[in-house]
Design a protein around this ligand. Structure first.
Ligand code: ZN
Length: 138
């Protein structure tokens, strides 16, 4: 992760665990004055000559978005964790069971009552909503 930045810098020297100094790309640097560290998977850097972080990044063609990317997988995982998979599958099985029963009844020549037809429509809605929740468009 930190290599994303250090690989673009000159004069990189490791000064400790997850800690480097390098030539600052944003000013005419004679002695390495850019400190780069990695902490909790975050890249932190500081130019001791006072270059603004955005200029340091721009000088190596990076943006803050490159260093601190959003993590859709993490967010997705957290969102999915709100649902107990067992409960979700049970609910989906019940709804699809209702649709199956209705189909069997209709196929044997017995029309659905209005109440049953409404319940099938509700089952369809719930199954569609479940798919939408997972990002699937039916
Ligand atoms: Zn600088």
């Amino acid at each position: 992760m930190i290599e994303k930045l250090t690989s673009r810098l000159d004069g990189v020297k490791r000064t400790g665990p997850g800690r480097f100094v390098a030539i600052c790309p944003a000013h005419d640097d004679k002695n390495p004055s850019l400190v780069v560290t990695e902490k909790d998977e975050k890249i932190l850097f500081h130019c001791f000559s006072g270059c603004p972080p955005a200029e340091v990044l721009a000088a190596v063609a990076l943006t803050f978005a490159d260093l601190y990317p959003e993590r859709p997988t993490y967010t997705k995982g957290r969102r999915a964790a709100q649902f107990n998979p067992y409960d979700v599958l049970k609910a989906l099985a019940r709804e699809s069971g209702i649709v199956t029963l209705a189909a069997a009844q209709v196929s044997t020549g017995h029309p659905l009552t209005t109440a049953d037809a409404d319940r099938v429509a509700l089952a369809h809605e719930r199954l569609r909503d479940a798919a939408l929740l997972m990002g699937i468009r039916l």
